[in-house]
Design a protein around this ligand. Structure first.
Ligand SMILES: Nc1nc2c(c(=O)[nH]1)N[C@H]1C(S)=C(S)[C@@H](COP(=O)(O)O)O[C@H]1N2
Ligand SMILES: [Mo]
Length: 356
């Protein structure tokens, strides 16, 4: 796939910041339906945590009948679930918003996919039992620090409503792509919440606490909230499900092409349901045609690859767009839902090319 004579010529992550580390997947170069560790985007709020041996114990406490401490040995003995899951940062494509918004200026590479294996959180909560007034489940990571815009020092922690926590596909994972989870992606235990934006998938799980109230941690009451207005917090609501979306991987934006036949390629994904169709326009959205969706190994939480054969004879500039629709009849809009912190961008993907 890469240049044989120069094996060091290969894609790398696109760097936004190193402390904490934030780097994008070079999505145009991802040809497979799984992303291997070296090209898996990295999104961190804090410096990487220091892990001690006590890390191998997972406590579950709070509004449970019997608090428990699970060892790794115990966890891997539960019936395991392996799921192919898209993880997409809620800030993916933030840089495409107009007007621009503050925050990490992610392009289209805040997304990766692979196999996560672990034990359903439900199975663990069945062991501890839940008190009648249990409402939410907080999952806390080992990393902590200060973040601009948020007072004080916090650990990265988020809660799930009971319904999502007990969903059979919400897992405490210990493997990624059939290996122990790479350290930067949450070793040894990571919560995986398929279908939700990836802020929900807490890395380096330190403890799990069931509560009888609503958790107000800053990563769900300040950040990861949609604020539709520039100057006030009215009408805000939390970021949860991944929006239906697609990305054109080939050709590149602003590429120069020869007249003739070209394959337009990309991926499409959604948080709820499955991708039903992908439409392509090569005339700036005036007319649309169906792309062919590659249909092998499709499971609910993975992206689909699609392609479209484009025959172009006339020289000129072209605006190419892709627009996906899912089984809940959600279609990518032509313009994004603008929000002050720049989450959930999912307007039809758009590139320009010149045919010479
Ligand atoms: N403990 C912890 N978990 C975390 C985060 C974090 O900073 N700390 N970032 C979240 C966000 S916003 C995203 S997009 C994903 C990124 O996962 P990755 O670095 O494995 O790609 O992890 C989520 N889980
Ligand atoms: Mo994120």
């Amino acid at each position: 796939m890469y240049n044989q004579r120069f094996p060091d010529i290969k894609p790398y992550l696109k760097t936004h910041s190193l402390m904490p580390e934030n780097q994008e997947t070079p999505i145009a170069f991802i040809k497979k339906d799984i992303v291997e560790n070296p090209l898996f985007y990295r999104r961190n709020h804090f410096p990487y945590p220091m892990l001690s041996s006590s890390f191998y114990w997972l406590p579950i406490n709070g509004a449970v009948k019997e608090p428990k401490l699970f060892s790794m040995q115990e966890l891997i003995q539960f019936p395991a679930k392996k799921l192919k899951v898209v993880l997409e940062c809620a800030g993916d494509k933030r840089s495409f918003f107009e007007p621009k918004v503050y925050g990490e200026q992610w392009g289209n590479g805040g997304i990766s996919q692979g196999y996560w294996k672990g034990v359903p959180l439900k199975a663990l909560l069945e062991q501890t039992g839940l008190k009648d007034d249990a409402k939410e489940v907080i999952v806390e990571g080992y990393d902590y620090g200060k973040q601009p815009g948020i007072d004080g020092i916090h650990r990265f922690a988020r809660s799930l409503p009971l319904e999502k926590a007990l969903h059979p596909d919400t897992i405490i994972a210990y493997e990624y792509n059939h290996q122990p989870i790479p350290f930067k992606h949450g070793y040894p235990l990571r919560l995986i919440v398929p279908g939700w934006y990836a802020m929900a998938s807490v890395k380096w799980v330190r403890q799990i606490t069931v509560i009888d109230s609503h958790f107000n941690g800053p990563f769900q009451s300040i950040d990861y909230v949609y604020y539709p207005h520039k100057d006030n917090n009215n009408d805000s609501f939390p970021v949860t499900n991944i929006n239906v979306n697609s990305t054109i991987q080939k050709p590149n934006n602003m590429q120069i092409l020869n007249a003739g036949r070209h394959t337009i390629k990309g991926i499409a994904w959604t948080g709820k349901g499955t991708i039903q169709r992908v439409e392509i326009s090569t005339d700036n959205g005036q007319t649309w045609s169906y792309a062919t969706i590659k249909s092998d190994h499709r499971s609910q939480y993975e992206w689909v690859s699609w392609s479209y054969e484009w025959v172009v004879s006339e020289k000129g500039e072209y605006t190419i767009m892709s627009k996906a629709t899912d089984s809940y009849h959600q279609t990518q809009p032509m313009s994004p839902f603008w929000n002050r912190k720049g989450y959930g961008y999912n307007a039809a993907d758009c590139i320009r090319v010149k045919v010479e």
